[in-house]
Design a protein around this ligand. Structure first.
Ligand code: AMP
Ligand code: MG
Length: 401
């Protein structure tokens, strides 16, 4: 049985960034930029007023209040045709071009309109105040985003501002998903005695999508080698293939046997982690396969610990692991497993520090407790007990933070 960090290294060693593709900007959020992007314009493209007020010459504000002639009003989207000379001003709106001759904008709150074409400036402003100079954010042809940048909503905004309808990104992996088990029924069905709804396919589908990859649910394979073979064969068209169940020690846990019969290269089949000890990681050609445990909390947790990092790497991300923070542990925690323990927990930030509370948890089938968690309390493999109030590690689940 290998340690979790060893499994993590092996998974990353055998996954690599996928090739480029060009996609529409609207679909690029969560992906990684595969090209350098330069601005096609100066930003801003003209000296831009950042407030509503009056464009003035600061030399005119030596004595206050300063009474100035108003030449007109400049709205955003219109270009002023006049030039401001000594003793003159123009009313100006946020986002409008500052007219020639003006060297500052005074906020409307610090002025008083005395008539239709006259204003009193009540307070001084420094030269350049409330004006974003032409090209001050980026010059035309300046690189504004490097290849390898994560495409956040903020990055989408930047790419939109420089006119990119389409961008080159690294392809997101396609991920096939197979549930295994004779006891499984569709979630629309009322389970009869000894039956269990196939909830894993739904939870993992959502996790795959949330990780930025493309899920393909292939349905349920019964615990027979022929059915497993058939669905696995179909799943080999994807970059990743996830199976759940059928990897522990029962008579009908056939996944690893079938992998071996196919001749897949198997890298590990057990990891010293709780929940989720039985995990098979294998390769067939370009497809990487994970045999995940059947228990829902184990399957979801191993996805977070090993599969999501693989997807991140394939998408081109340079950070693979979920964030881990140091947090004050609210209560004692026991770890009799002899494995590294990832216990469903609630982590929050309060008074300048993180705090973590392990949730009452009845084991790796306990989806009720798991669904109420936003993080994991991590107990190292060599600790049988964590003490109340000690500084522990909490792994945050990215959809919550
Ligand atoms: P297994 O690893 O196949 O022995 O399954 C372990 C436990 O997880 C059993 O209680 C199964 O009923 C349950 N389980 C397996 N697959 C699923 C699934 N797709 N959805 C929900 N529970 C499952
Ligand atoms: Mg099973």
């Amino acid at each position: 049985m290998i340690k979790l960090h060893e499994a993590f290294e092996i998974v990353l060693q055998h996954t690599s960034r996928l090739e480029l593709e060009r996609i529409s900007l609207l679909h690029a959020c969560g992906r990684v930029l595969a090209e350098e992007v330069a601005s096609d314009i100066n930003m801003p493209p003209f000296p831009r007023s950042s407030v509503d007020g009056y464009a003035v010459r600061t030399d005119d504000l030596q004595r206050l209040p300063a009474r100035l002639q108003v030449l007109g009003a400049i709205a955003a989207g219109t270009y002023p045709e006049f030039k401001i000379s000594s003793g003159q001003a123009a009313k100006i709106m946020t986002g409008a071009p500052v007219p020639e001759g003006a060297d500052a904008v005074q906020m409307i709150e610090r002025t008083q309109s005395t008539s239709a074409n006259e204003v009193e400036i009540l307070e001084a402003v420094s030269r350049g105040a409330n004006i974003s100079p032409l090209g001050s954010e980026a010059k035309r042809d300046q690189v504004v985003a490097l290849a390898g940048s994560f495409i956040s909503p903020a990055m989408i905004g930047l790419l939109a501002a420089v006119g990119r309808h389409e961008v080159a990104v690294y392809r997101a992996p396609s991920v096939g998903l197979i549930a295994t088990g004779d006891e499984l029924v569709e979630i629309s069905e009322q389970p009869r005695a000894a039956q269990i709804r196939n909830s894993n396919s739904y939870a993992l589908y959502a996790q795959i999508e949330n990780a930025g990859a493309q899920p393909h649910a292939l349905g349920i394979a019964r615990d027979q080698k022929s059915q497993l073979r058939e669905l696995i064969q179909c799943g080999l068209q994807y970059d990743l293939l996830l199976l759940t169940g059928g990897v522990s020690m029962g008579d009908l846990d056939l996944v690893e046997d079938v992998f071996a019969e196919f001749g897949f290269e198997i890298f590990f089949n057990k990891v010293a982690v709780k929940p989720g000890k039985p995990v098979v990681f294998a390769r067939s050609g370009k497809t990487m396969l994970f045999g995940l445990p059947g228990n829902p909390v184990s399957a979801a947790t191993i996805f977070e610990l090993l599969v999501r990092p693989a997807i991140r790497k394939m998408i081109g991300n340079s950070v693979y692991q979920n964030p881990i923070v140091t947090a004050r542990l609210t209560q004692r925690f026991l770890n009799r497993s002899g494995r590294e323990n990832y216990a469903p927990a609630w982590t929050w930030y309060e008074n300048g520090a993180y705090h973590v509370r392990p949730l009452p948890y009845k084991g790796s089938g306990d989806v009720v407790s798991y669904a109420a968690s936003n993080s994991y309390l991590i107990c190292p493999i060599d600790r049988t007990e964590l003490h109340a109030e000690e500084q522990a590690q909490a792994m945050l689940r990215p959809e919550y933070f």
